[in-house]
Design a binder for this molecule. Structure first.
Ligand SMILES: [Zn+2]
Length: 203
């Protein structure tokens, strides 16, 4: 599986293009559909599915056009459907943890509320796409509508239990960096460390 990061828009958003052979998945396609379409075309990639890590506008913006062009419905956790502002006919809502197989990709969806109520992380092979839940050295904001600081701590604790060599790909490249791995975050991320330290209280 090849993972390509497309940094798009003025907010350092990271869209991820996963390819295996000609099969492709997109995670959080937003901002620049022309660039995304061009990239798919250049690679000869067949877009099989689209996933949103959560419904914030900067992760879904302009994606309706792409979804309609490819006749796809984007997977989104049901609690973030309204937040996305997208029409229901381009969405495929689901409820909580899921295992979804699409072509060569096995996608394990881990609900990680905290930043938003319907926020999820997508575990695919040895990678986890964390949206705005986990960033290298930080976590997402928990002061927004439908945020929940307690849920965020629990979600960080959940992520800390993934295999330590799991590669982390976050929803923004704040500070120029969007990737890390679970072992490094477990050892150095102050928010994850605090969640681990308070495991008994949190769970
Ligand atoms: Zn967000």
């Amino acid at each position: 599986m090849n993972i390509e990061v497309l940094e798009l828009g003025p907010m350092a958003n990271c869209t991820y293009l996963l390819t295996q052979g000609h099969d492709a998945l997109l995670i959080d396609p937003a901002w620049d559909m022309n660039y995304i379409e061009h990239t798919l075309k250049t690679k000869g990639a067949d877009l099989r599915a689209v996933f949103f890590t959560h419904g914030h506008f900067d992760h879904v913006k302009e994606s309706e056009q792409l979804l309609r062009a490819h006749g796809l419905k984007a997977y989104i956790e049901k609690n973030d459907v309204l937040l996305s502002g997208l029409p229901e006919d381009v969405l495929q809502p689901y409820d909580g943890a899921q295992d979804i197989k699409i072509g060569p990709f096995a996608i394990h969806i881990i609900p990680t509320p905290g930043h938003t109520a319907g926020g999820v992380c997508l575990q695919i092979a040895d990678a986890v796409f964390t949206g705005d839940t986990l960033f290298p050295g930080a976590c997402g904001r928990v002061d927004l509508p439908s945020s929940d600081p307690r849920a965020m701590r629990k979600s960080l604790l959940t992520l800390s239990k993934l295999p330590e060599d799991t590669r982390v790909f976050a929803g923004h490249s704040y500070g120029g960096k969007c990737s890390s791995n679970i072992g490094y975050e477990r050892a150095t991320n102050p928010f994850m460390r605090s969640a681990i330290k308070d495991e008994k209280v949190i769970s």
